[in-house]
Design a protein around this ligand. Structure first.
Ligand code: NAD
Length: 297
């Protein structure tokens, strides 16, 4: 039986987007969260997705609303999963929380249910041991703004059944994603495995005093004909988010260059230069210099 009934666990930033995107493609979706307040917030988050779906995909209000009928909301995991073909887990990125969730889910879900985690930084092999079904466990990783940044990275463990892996790749296509299958476990999946070292290389050039951020961006943009450089991207991601990654890596690896990069970022963060959210990061927002036609002259 192909996948029909989908449960999304956790209706936060990503869970609410995953739930609506799946409902839009005519799957029956149950959104499960811990409290009625969280579910209320999830419903609000979904409602305010309309302008983006309209702007980016041309969806009309009537179409948007019609697909809301494919969604239901519950705080009861047992009833939510009673006939679930797939559970997509989007609960907080904390091992202890996910551990307790998978242990409970394993007791309640029928044998047929596939478990897929949207975890950004944990590997499937770190979580699979908390489930009762290694062959039906894998990761399905979406990006924030799922409707337009519509890649879905699919990564299993050595124990994931290849048929289940293929089924999830097909499911990703069926909900409007471009599937990105990974055939080995890889921290950061495909995108972050490339993006994070690239951003860190740029930060280290700056932190060591080799040259300034705008010169680094100009060099990248000019010579690769790219629309944005690493410091433009760092602003868009938000300095705090990337700082946490760099600091964590620096502490784990004792890498002096990364420590230096983290310290330089911290100075900016302490000065409230966080990116577009505070009007300034490495650039001034909403009109950053790299968008100006003169930037590369
Ligand atoms: P969030 O904090 O916005 O939302 C988490 C939701 O889970 C909340 O609604 C919370 O009430 C609920 N929750 C907490 N414990 C729960 C439990 N035991 N059972 C059910 N619901 C529970 O988090 P988020 O940013 O949406 O991230 C969720 C997951 O998605 C994480 O694993 C994260 O790594 C991943 N992710 C996040 C992004 C992003 O840009 N935010 C991008 C890709 C992947």
């Amino acid at each position: 039986m192909p996948i029909q009934n989908v449960v999304v666990a956790g209706g936060g930033v990503l869970g609410s987007q995953i739930a609506y995107q799946t409902a839009l493609h005519d799957f029956k979706v149950t959104l499960y969260d811990l409290s009625s307040e969280s579910l209320q917030q999830a419903q609000e988050r979904i409602k305010v997705l309309f302008p983006d779906y309209h702007h980016d995909l041309g969806l009309s209000q009537a179409d948007f609303d019609r697909h809301l009928a494919n969604l239901s909301y519950t705080t009861g995991l047992e009833t939510a999963v009673a006939d679930a073909d797939l559970v997509i887990e989007a609960i907080p990125e904390k091992l202890t929380i996910k551990e307790a969730f998978y242990q409970q889910l394993s007791k309640l879900a029928p044998e047929k249910t596939i478990f897929a985690s949207n975890s950004s930084s944990l590997l499937p092999s770190q979580l699979v041991g908390y489930t009762d079904r290694p062959d039906r466990y894998l990761h399905l990783h979406f990006a924030n703004h799922i409707w337009s940044r519509n890649t879905a990275e699919v990564m299993g463990t050595k124990d994931t059944d290849p048929k289940i892996f293929a089924e999830i790749v097909n499911f990703a296509s069926a909900i409007g994603m471009i599937p990105v299958p990974l055939h080995k476990e890889q921290p950061g999946y495909v995108l972050n495995a490339m993006l994070i070292p690239w951003l860190n290389s740029a930060l280290i050039l700056w932190a060591k005093g080799v040259t300034d951020p705008l010169t680094i961006d100009r060099t990248w943009m000019k010579d690769l004909e790219a629309p944005v450089g690493p410091f433009g991207i760092l602003d868009i991601i938000g300095l705090r988010t990337h700082y946490n990654i760099v600091k964590n890596m620096a502490d784990k690896t004792d890498n002096a260059d990364l420590q230096l990069a983290a310290a330089k970022m911290k100075e900016r963060i302490d000065a409230n230069k966080l990116g577009p959210s505070t009007g300034e990061g490495f650039y001034h927002w909403p009109n950053p210099a790299f968008l100006s036609p003169d930037f590369l002259k």
